[in-house]
Every structure is written in C-alpha cells, then in structure tokens.
Design a protein around this ligand. Structure first.
Ligand SMILES: [Zn+2]
Length: 357
C-alpha cells in the first residue's frame, strides 16, 4: 500500500526529537519504511534505509534528511521551581518567551511548561525596548519549589525540552501548520521517495539516511555519509521561506513556488554538473523550482560532500515559513513536487551519467 504522505508528515511533525534525542523519530521512520527498505539504527540513532531491491554492485545514491529539531535542555532548577535552560540549535531569543514546551522527565513522561515572560504591568520603560536574553528566561511548569520539580515531576538537569505544537492541515489553502518542518519534511521526502521507487525500475542502489544532530553541527551525517560511501547524494531539507519579507526578484524560497535548490550556502558550493542535471530534469518534468544563492546557513550537504573522496551533492528544500520557531507553514504541493523531483533525478542516474559528473 502506498504511504499516506499527509499522515506521514503529520506523525513526523508531532514527534519529539530535539538534537541528541531523536529515538522517537527513528522508530517512526522504521515503521513507515520497513516495507520498502531494510532498516538499521546505529548508536547515534541515525537510521539507514537500504532499499530492498539494492544489488550491492551498482552506484549508490544517498538520500538524506536530518531527524533532529531545535529545542532546549534543562540546565538547572532554582528554589522557586523555575527551570533554567540552554538552547539546542539556533534560536532567536525574541522567539522563545511565552511559548508552550514539553519537558521529557527521567521517567520518559512529557510535562508541559511555559517559557517565562514578564507581564507588561511590570515592565519598566527601558525593558520594553530591550532584546530579551535567554540567560534571563526560565521554563515554568506551574510548580512553586525546586522539590516539586525534581521529586514530584521527575525533571532534573539534562532533560530535553521540545516545542509544544500540534500539526494541522488546511484543506482550502493546502498548507500545513506545525513544528519541526526543519527537517521532518525532509525525512518525509526520503520515506516517500523510497515508497514511490517501489514501482520503478532504476539503475542505481538507493540508501536513505535519517541523520541525527544536524542542528548542532552536522554530526550524524559525518557518520552516515562515511558509512554509506555514496557516489551521489541528495539532501532534503525544510528550508527557510523568505517570501514574507523579500520582493519577488529577491525571494528564493516562496511558499507554493516549488522546491528550492541551493547553488551555495555557508557549508557547500553545489557541484555545478549535478545541479545542471537536476535543473534540466525539473524542466523536462514540468516541476517548478526556485534557485537559491544563500549568503549563509548550512545543511548536511556540508558534511556529506566532504565524505571519503568527495561526493557530488545537491540540497533540495521545501520552503518552510518561520522555521526555528514553534510553528511553521509548508505547502503540501511543494512537498509533493519535491518527492516527484527526487524520484525523477534518481531515475535518470546510472554509471555513465555519474561518470560524467
Ligand atoms: Zn534543517
């Protein structure tokens, strides 16, 4: 049976998995992909999806999506029962206060809390214009003492903290709202591509990797890419949308304008031949795409293209509004187009094409 793409991304978006704590995502991927792939999970919780039809004597195409989302970790608990935390991954301090989070306690139970803020009634004039600092924030679970947090709720130093948001889908706009589209949408693309490939005859082996700890320095993919040793890699991402604040000629990641392909970012300059091939396939298949030259940022492509003797790698992103906050929007059509493009690229690859890159 074909995988339900909407349910797949809903389940992945709702799953808990901040950097270093991705086991729930790994198990979900295993459930969804075991029909198409032999699944292996390593000690870092990286997931390897070896397509069942792989022969072992053809070029290897790696398709990657990182499983971790940004979040927080408990650093200490004060006498009032307020929880001091550090960030896992890149947060803007202004996006942190007054949001719901869930803290995984030492029994594995999730406890709801709120990131603290000062009511306007108590804000001094100077404070109103100040940029908040994470150093001055806490998480409040409604406790009134340190003992209550530690003993009653089982929360202590080192517990992971996840943004608390629920996925929803708007049938009218065909837009999805939820957390962690960076990068559960990429994970969903990897699973869905392997599913689509069930019906296809291809000339390459395909290995999916759902790599951990991207948001804290591309750590999982340093392991996965060296283990898989691919000939070509395609990285799928939830890429930051820019259509809300850029003009039509400057925007390179607008919702509903198709997947984004990166020519460069802070971590990689894309192999021009592979990029040209991917772009020509999109044109041939009538897939709208957006070219992006990113001034900064980085993806697992940064680690993967440097594995072994160097791997021609491209990064294809589904535009996601407001990533690295509690909520984001992604277009279902962009997600489907990304899957279609990924499948079409894989169908085009063979030893000879790869030789000429
Ligand atoms: Zn990402």
């Amino acid at each position: 049976m074909a995988v339900n793409k909407l349910k797949l991304i809903k389940d992945l978006s709702n799953a808990n998995g901040v950097s270093g704590f991705e086991e729930e995502v790994a198990e979900l991927i295993k459930d969804y992909a075991s029909e198409t792939s032999d699944v292996l999970i390593d000690k870092m919780n990286n997931v390897y999806l070896n397509r069942k039809q792989n022969t072992g004597n053809r070029p290897v195409i790696l398709i990657d999506g990182h499983s971790d989302e940004i979040g927080f970790m408990v650093q200490s608990i004060n006498g009032k029962g307020l929880i001091k935390f550090i960030t896992l991954g890149g947060w803007a301090a202004s996006n942190v206060p007054s949001h719901l989070v869930r803290i995984r306690n030492y029994q594995g139970v999730y406890i709801k809390g709120v990131t603290t803020s000062k009511p306007p009634h108590f804000l001094k004039p100077a404070e109103r214009n100040q940029t908040p600092s994470i150093d001055n924030m806490f998480i409040d679970i409604g406790a009134t003492s340190r003992e209550e947090v530690v003993e009653t709720f089982g929360i202590d130093v080192g517990c992971p903290i996840v943004p608390d948001s629920e996925f929803s889908y708007n049938e009218v706009t065909k837009v999805m709202l939820g957390k962690a589209f960076d990068n559960r949408i990429g994970c969903a693309c990897v699973v869905a591509i392997l599913d689509e490939l069930k019906k296809k005859k291809i000339e390459v082996d395909v290995v999916g990797t759902i790599s951990t700890q991207e948001e804290v320095g591309l750590r999982g993919s340093k392991v996965t890419s060296n283990k898989v040793n691919p000939d070509i890699a395609i990285v799928f991402e939830g890429t930051p949308a820019d259509d809300g604040f850029r003009g039509i000629y400057d925007s390179q990641s607008a919702l509903k304008k198709g997947p984004q392909v990166r020519h460069r970012d802070g971590s990689m300059i894309t192999n021009p031949k592979l990029l040209a091939l991917a772009r020509s396939i999109a044109v041939e298949k009538g897939i709208n795409f957006q070219d992006a030259v990113r001034a900064g940022g980085g993806t697992n492509g940064g680690a993967i293209h440097l594995a072994h003797n160097g791997v021609p790698t491209i990064v294809i992103g589904v535009p996601s509004r407001y990533i690295h906050t509690h909520y984001g929007y992604c277009s279902f059509e962009d997600y489907e187009a990304t899957i279609k493009w990924g499948v079409a690229i894989i169908e085009k690859l063979n030893s000879q094409v790869i030789e000429n890159l």
